[in-house]
Design a protein around this ligand. Structure first.
Ligand code: HQG
Length: 183
């Protein structure tokens, strides 16, 4: 059995591989971001990051943000969101967002955000949450947290497109300044 710390460490490495750098262990993902599980396990083992199939199942099942999904017969795995790899298309379908969404950031980014709006930076989308508490946690990872409230209802009416990942993270390309307000 893995202890919690080990599980978090292994999960983080899995995120790195499935979202950003599969080439690190000589793995390729298909266009929809899927890796073959047998190949993933083989390459992890070759690169000193061995996982058993049971450990992988446990990481996927217990991950606190449900970051990864298997396909139906568990022969393939992918990350549900957060990719920086540009060729990946998760096949997300536009959805009507809740009236209000939240984005957690750090105070030092505010000046730039109030000029450019929220931009996706190195990831494929701007990440938003339906819960201010989640946004706060995300902000804390970057420094002194601040929560921005996004008028998703108005933005959508004005033509903004929103997606929701398998694990409930709201995604969009860009949030212009006029829809942002400090919580
Ligand atoms: C900021 C986690 C300057 C933005 C979370 C953020 C999330 C700007 C940083 C997911 C800006 C990008 C993503 C602008 C945005 N000027 N800074 N115009 N627009 N920023 O890590 O949203 O735990 O790429 O505020 O739950 O922090 O990894 O994005 O601070 O869903 O599964 O630029 O990562 O998921 O940072 O986090 P990131 P994020 P996991």
């Amino acid at each position: 059995m893995m202890n919690e710390k080990e599980k978090i460490r292994k999960g983080k490495f899995l995120s790195l591989i499935l979202r950003h750098e599969p080439s690190k262990i000589n793995l390729t993902l298909d266009q929809e971001g899927w890796a073959a599980v047998t190949e993933l396990l083989a390459q992890l083992a070759k690169h000193q990051h061995a996982l058993t199939r049971e450990e992988l199942e446990e990481i996927v099942a217990t991950n606190n943000k449900k970051r990864y999904s298997f396909n139906q017969d568990h022969t393939k795995i992918r990350a549900n969101q957060g990719h920086s790899l540009t060729h990946i298309d998760l096949g997300l379908v536009p959805q009507i967002p809740p009236k209000v969404l939240y984005h957690g950031t750090a105070t030092r980014f505010l000046g730039s955000i109030l000029e450019q709006g929220l931009v996706k930076g190195s990831r494929q989308h701007v990440h938003l949450s339906s819960e201010p508490s989640t946004a706060r946690k995300v902000g804390m990872r970057h420094g002194n947290p601040v929560i921005l409230r996004v008028d998703a209802e108005q933005m959508q009416r004005d033509g903004g497109v929103f997606y929701c990942s398998e694990n409930g993270v709201w995604l969009t390309d860009h949030v212009p300044v006029q829809y942002l307000q400090e919580e």
